[in-house]
Design a protein around this ligand. Sequence first.
Ligand code: NAP
Length: 313
Amino acid sequence: MEKGAKIFVAGHQGIIGEALVRRLREDGHTNLLLRTSPELNLLDQKAVSYFFSTYKPEYVFLAAGKVGGILANSTYPAEFIYINLQIQNNVIHCAFESGVKKLLFLGSPCMYPKFCQQPMKEEYLLTGPIEPTNEPYAIAKIAGVKMCQSYNRQYGTNFMPVIPADVYGTNDDFSDSGHVVPSLIRRFHEAMTNGSNSITLWGTGKPRREFLYADDLSEALIFLMDVYDGSEIINVGTGYDTSVAELARSIKKMVGFDGKIIYDKTKPDGMPRRLLDVSRITSLGWRPKTGLVEGLELTYAWYKQCKMSNKDS
Ligand SMILES: NC(=O)c1ccc[n+]([C@@H]2O[C@H](COP(=O)([O-])OP(=O)(O)OC[C@H]3O[C@@H](n4cnc5c(N)ncnc54)[C@H](OP(=O)(O)O)[C@@H]3O)[C@@H](O)[C@H]2O)c1
């Protein structure tokens, strides 16, 4: 991407979009097109069409969507399928119509089959049934991948489907609707400050997950936008996973919580394991820089800082 190229980051206030914008600016990109959802509702086809035909972005990072953990996915399945399908339909189609040079679409590891062979290679997509708790979200995301690939095949566009591991970092959603890392950080922090004796977590603690720091992902996405052309999916991860129980123990230690961790085994675990095979992106020359402990500390520091500034204001 040329330094003055017009780059639209859809979802620039989200965890991934915010890290992307920070990184693009650090890299000297000056012509970023950024819109909040009240300024440009990506569910509104006419508004999206007007935006693309008027501003003519050259590159698009599609980092907008409805995102959440297992609780949110189970509670709002209709929103997860509708919002993600609608946003990607509008953005991908209008990107084609307005002649965008390259678009990067973000999929999710939960698109792979529930009992997928590990680590999950890109070609394992659609080789088995999906974990039911996140099926509506995963089906929408699979449609997005197929849309990129179909537009490339029929119209010769350059739309790239990328599957990142579970992302965490600054600017995350620390509420109960969020993903496992931010919600555990908040819950352990609150348990520690309230002097609680125990904390109860959903499931058995046995599922294994791969966590990628958002700043590492943003670097990978810009790298792919620069060096990669093609319809083949690219996984982006660390190549290492950890169990939810190990993650919880690390966060407990980091936060300084002395109480007990209890597992509510009546609650669902989700996919048993989610580890991406990262040989494709590794062979292109990219590797992450931030280890899990370091990433958790940076995220916790940001969370505490935000709490302090909210208190002050
Ligand atoms: N987080 C992960 O672990 C992860 C992993 C793999 C893939 N992904 C994918 O990466 C993408 C970004 O995820 P994220 O975690 O960064 O999400 P996030 O933090 O929840 O941010 C979502 C962004 O989407 C925007 N958005 C939502 N509805 C919109 C609408 N109707 N119109 C315009 N903008 C809208 C939001 O804008 P406002 O703030 O203005 O409302 C926000 O900036 C998603 O497609 C997700 O599926 C995420």
